[in-house]
Design a protein around this ligand. Structure first.
Ligand code: HEC
Ligand code: HEC
Length: 386
């Protein structure tokens, strides 16, 4: 190892003499890569991931032991750290869509529309009324009041990270955020616009939007269209990604989560939550029945029994099936479940354990899981929020 390093230094020295002016970049690069190359030769099994983390661990553990010693020996989380990276993952910077490339102009237009009451019948509501970006993309109500004072039958989910879900809505009835945008605008329970033409008329009467649509869709004959309105808002939503310290942890920083948070993570995995809440979103990647081991409404005390995806597909197997929600920012998006029937996050965890995995969690276990879930709280970049 030392020899190898020594030789590589010599090679570096020679290399730097040869390249003359461009020495600096060539010097820094090999120093980083060289020790990694030598590593596998010494220890055969450590070929895969641990290359980065392995050299750090022994030093950390040793110093910890010398400080804490007998009373509270430090826990070894290395197995958990590795396991977690298999189950989950870190968020991308944005949710790309090749059919709707994200441009700055589209995002500016989309953002303007997202916050503008112009898309609602009485001009009293915007997307942000229900999906408030200053409160994690929700309004924290069980049901949101629409433009005409009417209420829908489902809880408002967050727009944060939503573009990364396999589909949109609790029952997954729209394929992506582009398609989803059209629904609330025309929904009588929400923004209640009469027709696509009404929306276009409004926008065409606005000098601001004539300019913004031209900038965002410079190649289009008629830049202002319902489809382009959908694309622009969706492009904005595709940037509403909220990395948290959990992502730092996923990306290799084992210290990003503290001991208590890791214990919570461990409890979360051991309880079997990861069967459904997995991947970078801890959810959003599949449909599952709500109430595998008991009728959910017995526990949530829901007023209406919602058939979920059955209403979309008409198939018996889809009764009470919902999209598994993402747990990103979950501590901020109460009340919980598709009908906002449960206010407390602790209770929602207890219910999940009961009806999804048939387990009675202790209050301590629930508390640990809740603590872990708080590591999933991230921030929307300020420039997208106001
Ligand atoms: C009156 C409140 C209200 C308004 C206004 C509203 N929404 Fe929603 N939104 C909801 C509700 C309720 C749902 C869930 C409905 C369902 O699943 O059946 C939802 C679902 C969504 C979803 C799906 C998220 C997921 O996890 O599946 C997205 C994305 C979304 N809305 C974006 C928007 C956009 C963009 C606008 C503005 C054009 C908007 N909403 C306007 C209440 C609202
Ligand atoms: C078999 C799949 C499955 C398992 C296992 C599972 N969940 Fe869920 N989870 C779901 C589904 C589906 C929903 C949506 C239910 C609804 O509201 O319709 C959900 C909803 C939630 C919610 C509320 C989300 C929101 O936005 O309102 C939380 C919190 C949650 N789960 C946590 C957990 C925890 C903690 C565990 C482990 C004890 C767990 N889940 C196990 C499928 C699962």
């Amino acid at each position: 190892m030392k020899k190898a390093l020594f030789f590589s230094m010599i090679i570096l020295a020679i290399a730097s003499c040869d390249t003359g002016e461009k020495t600096k970049p060539t010097v820094t690069e090999p120093i980083v890569t060289e020790p990694i190359v030598t590593e596998p030769i010494v220890t055969e099994p450590i070929v895969t991931e641990p290359i980065v983390t392995e050299p750090l661990k022994p030093t950390v553990t040793i110093t910890d032991t010398s400080i804490q010693n007998s009373e509270n020996p430090p826990k070894d989380f290395s197995e958990l750290d590795a396991q977690a990276r298999v189950f989950f993952g870190s968020l991308p910077q944005l949710a790309a869509n090749s059919n709707n490339p994200i441009t700055d102009e589209k995002v500016i237009l989309g953002k303007t529309l997202y916050f503008d009451n112009i898309l609602s019948k009485n001009q009293t509501q915007s997307c942000n009324t229900c999906h408030n970006l200053n409160t994690y993309g929700v309004d924290n109500k069980s049901f949101s009041e629409g433009n005409d004072g009417r209420f829908g039958e489902r809880n408002t989910p967050t727009t944060l990270n939503a573009a990364l879900h396999l589909s949109q809505f609790w029952d997954g009835r729209e394929p992506d955020v582009e398609a989803q945008v059209g629904v609330p605008v025309l929904n009588p329970d929400e923004m209640a616009m009469a027709s696509e033409e009404d929306v276009i008329d409004r926008l065409e009467n606005s000098d601001l939007y004539i300019d913004l649509f031209e900038d965002a869709f410079p190649l289009d004959q008629t830049p202002i269209s319902f489809a382009n309105m959908q694309k622009a808002i969706a492009a904005f939503e595709r940037k509403l990604i909220t990395p948290s310290k959990f992502d730092a942890y996923m990306n290799g920083n084992n210290q990003a989560l503290n001991e208590a948070e890791k214990e919570g993570l461990n409890t979360f995995i051991e309880a079997g939550c990861t069967t459904c809440h997995m991947g970078p979103l801890l959810g959003g990647s599949m449909y599952q029945k709500f109430g595998l081991h008991a009728d959910y409404w017995e526990y949530t005390k829901s007023k209406k029994i919602d058939l979920g995806r059955f209403d979309v597909t008409g198939k018996e197997v889809d009764k009470y099936v919902f999209k598994v929600p993402s747990l990103r920012n979950i501590s901020k998006t109460a009340p919980y479940f598709h009908d906002g029937s449960v206010e407390s996050i602790h209770e929602s965890v207890a219910i999940m354990a009961k009806v999804q995995v048939d387990k009675e969690l202790t209050p301590e276990e629930i508390e640990r899981i809740v603590l872990f879930m708080e590591t999933l709280t991230g921030e929307v970049p300020t420039e997208l929020r106001n």
